[in-house]
Structures are given as C-alpha cells and as structure tokens.
Design a binder for this molecule. Structure first.
Ligand SMILES: Cc1cc2nc3c(=O)[nH]c(=O)nc-3n(C[C@H](O)[C@H](O)[C@H](O)COP(=O)(O)OP(=O)(O)OC[C@H]3O[C@@H](n4cnc5c(N)ncnc54)[C@H](O)[C@@H]3O)c2cc1C
Length: 386
C-alpha cells in the first residue's frame, strides 16, 4: 500500500457500498423523492450491513472505524446517485458528539439506534435570525428544578420527519459567571411543545428540510449532552466530521454527474464521431475529473488527520476539502447538463436535478464565503473580516 492509497479494507467497503447502492440507483431515488416517499429500505440496509455506524465504537453497535470510513460510505452512496444527507447528520455529527461527550448511559441509549438506522438523529443549530452567525442563536435552555425548558426556533433542519430525536444547540446561562454558552440537548421529536413544518425546497431528494418550533419543551436533566459549561468544544467536535462528510457527499455527486456525462459523450453522435471526441465537450469533463480527484485527496487528508487525533490540522483540511468538493460538484453538474444538450434538462436523463443538489453544497453546512474567511484568517494570517 502506498501513502496515497486507502487501506484495502476501506477499498472493499467502497466496493460493497457501491454494489449495495447500485441495486437501488438514481431512478429509484428520484422516483421516491417525486412521490413524496422515503428511502428507508436503503437506510436500514446500510445500517444492517454495518456501514451506517462504521465510525462508531463497536461496543455501541458500530464498526469501530473512523470518519474516513463513514466518509467513504457517504461518497459511494452519492456516486451511485443515492446521496443520503442524513449520513452527515446522524452518525457523523450526532454520533461523534455523543460518542465523545455523552455519558456511558447516553451512549448505550442513542448510539445503537444511530448505527442500525432505527434511531436516526437530526441536528439543529441554524436559526432564522442568526443564520451563519451561530454565536447569535437565541434558542434558550432554562433550568426548572430537575428539568430543562427549551424555547426557540430553528430553520432548514434536515430529516426531522425521519428522526426520533434532534440534537438541538441552545444557549444556557452559566450559573457561576452568568454568561450564556452553547449547550446540546437530545430532544424527542414527539415532545410536547416541539413542532415542525416542511420547507418546500427545489432539491430532488426524499430527505426534507423543516422549520422547528420549540415552545416550553420540557426535558429531563439527562437530556443534556456533555458538560453544561463546556458547550463550545462539544459543539466544535461535530464540525470537522460534518465538513468531511459534506465534502464526500459532494465528491460522490460529482462522480455520479461525470459518469453520466462521459457515458453520454461516448454514445451521442451528431456530426462525425461521438460528441466526446470534440475537445469543447471533453475538456470540461477532464477538468471536473481533476477537480474532483483533488477534492477527494484533500477529503482523505482531512479524515486521516482527524482520525489521527489532530483536530487542528483536520480543521484547515476539512474546510479546504469541503470548499473544493462543492466547487467540483457544481462544475460537474453543470458540465453534465451541457454535455447532454436538451436531454440535460429532461427528467428522464436526471442530470438537471443535480444542479440544485450540488449548489446546496456551496451553502450548507457552512458557506463557501465562511470557508474563505477561515482560510484567509487561519491559513494566511489575514485580519478577521467579520
Ligand atoms: C439543504 C440544506 C440542508 C440543511 N440542513 C441543516 C441541518 O440539518 N441543520 C442545521 O442546523 N442547518 C441546516 N442547514 C442550514 C445551513 O447550515 C445554513 O443554510 C447555512 O449555514 C447558511 O446560513 P443561512 O442560510 O442563514 O445564510 P446567511 O447566514 O443568511 O448568509 C447568506 C449569505 O451571506 C454570506 N455571508 C454571511 N456572513 C458573511 C461574512 N461574514 N462574510 C462573507 N459572507 C457572509 C453567506 O456565506 C451566504 O452566502 C441546511 C441548509 C440547506 C440548504
């Protein structure tokens, strides 16, 4: 094995997941989305085969692997046209935070369901008024005897309808200093006072986004994850996995778009030779292939650093990977549509739907501008701009 090759074990995981997802495929995925149905069979099958919780310790039902492993699973699903956004959220963000900061009891309670897919967990930080500036969130957690009381509103929260619980980021007042700090709570989606409404999006996916309203949601004292005073570190521990997974989601979609485009470019003939013999068609595809491979390499680097315990190094690489992957995916989707000509806009060929799906990668979970801010400040040492 060379330094630039993934382990044989991970390569085998990639092949197995690609085979599994290939049985379902893009057509099945988009039909489900357009019919307002879910992809639960696929979710449960990857869970049953141990891929959903591959990054979670074995004693809690997981595979004992790292973020690099679950990122590989996420990428291969997307590369088969079945991108599962909830993989970013449930096993990677929630699984990591609970695995690192949860009590033994919480780990035993939540992680097995995250691993086998029967206890999916959504993640809610974004708020309408705070947006990107998560320091301004106003969802509050107040102590009332042995209980916590949550009030606030969240927006664009993925998969609330498929989740039993949501890991909610709120602010609580520090009893000693009086300062407000971010605190994490596991909130059941059927709790009294917890309501959600669907936000119609232009993304063709069975996974949906929601507004969440919490009105005096009462939670037991053990609903808090981690230390009441150490919220920021706990919250940040989920960010690198989130970015690495988002990058893999995008590189998977880029590979899918490129595969569709090159297949079509080899078959379609309108003048002499297949359209792929014209450099005007071939070069954009070659270009996105290069961009995608570079993004994959940076994603693997970020995952390797993270799995080796270098959170700081992983932070820079994960941001760069997420940026590069989103750009590659947007360019791949655009080139795929162009290669298909008019067919590129039809539902039958299914490439136009990728335009919005890949475009979302430039906005969520962290926007390209905020990544450029991070790189300008932390990598280049430029002054903070916001
Ligand atoms: C498909 C999808 C799924 C999502 N799922 C979830 C989820 O499960 N859970 C969750 O909590 N959130 C989720 N989100 C929310 C997502 O994380 C936010 O949309 C994202 O963080 C951007 O916030 P915003 O939409 O409020 O944009 P805003 O903060 O309003 O930003 C608008 C624009 O201004 C730019 N901007 C803002 N400040 C600066 C600055 N200082 N410098 C440069 N540019 C700046 C931004 O980059 C952006 O382009 C999801 C979003 C989408 C689209």
């Amino acid at each position: 094995m060379s330094t630039f090759t993934e382990s044989e074990e991970r390569q085998e995981v990639r092949k197995a997941v690609a085979r599994l997802a290939g049985k379902y495929g893009r057509e099945w995925f988009t039909e489900r989305a357009r019919a307002g149905e879910k992809t639960t069979e696929l979710w449960l099958e990857i869970g049953k085969n141990g891929y959903l919780g591959i990054n979670i310790p074995e004693q809690y039902g997981g595979g004992g692997g790292g973020i690099g492993d679950i990122a590989a699973v996420c990428e291969e699903l997307a590369a088969q046209g079945c991108p599962l956004l909830l993989m970013v959220v449930s096993p990677a963000i929630c699984g990591t935070i609970i695995g690192r900061y949860g009590t033994e009891e919480q780990k035993q309670r939540w992680l097995p369901g995250i691993c086998d897919g029967t206890g999916t967990m959504a993640f809610a930080i974004t708020e309408p008024d705070a947006g990107t500036n998560t320091h301004n969130i106003t969802t509050t957690a107040r102590r009332d005897g042995d209980e916590w009381v949550l009030n606030g509103r969240k927006v664009y929260i993925s998969g609330v309808d498929e989740a039993d619980h949501v890991l909610v980021v709120a602010r609580a007042e520090d009893a000693r200093t009086g300062k407000v700090k971010p605190v994490l709570f596991v909130v059941p989606t059927d709790a009294a006072g917890f309501e959600y409404t669907h936000i119609p999006m232009e993304i063709v996916s069975p996974e949906l986004q929601f507004q969440v309203f919490m009105d005096d949601v009462r939670l037991p004292s053990d609903a808090i994850v981690g230390d009441e005073d150490g919220g920021l570190a706990q919250l940040f521990s989920g960010l690198n996995p989130e970015r690495i997974m988002a990058a893999s989601f995008s590189t998977g979609l880029a590979r899918y778009a490129l595969e569709k485009a090159t297949t079509y470019a080899k078959e379609r003939t309108v003048f002499q030779g297949a359209i792929g013999s014209h450099q005007a068609v071939a070069h954009p595809l070659a270009q996105v292939h290069i961009e995608t491979e570079m993004a994959r390499l940076m994603t693997q680097k970020a995952a390797a650093l993270y799995d080796a315990g270098d959170d700081f190094g992983a932070g820079e690489a994960a941001n760069m990977a997420k940026y590069a992957a989103a750009e590659a995916a947007c360019n791949a989707a655009d080139a795929a549509v162009q290669t298909h000509g008019g067919n590129g806009i039809t539902q039958e060929y299914g490439v136009a739907g990728l335009l919005v799906a890949t475009r979302a990668g430039r906005i969520a979970p962290v926007s390209r501008e905020m990544i450029l801010n991070f790189v300008a400040m932390h990598s280049l040492g430029l002054p903070k701009s916001y």
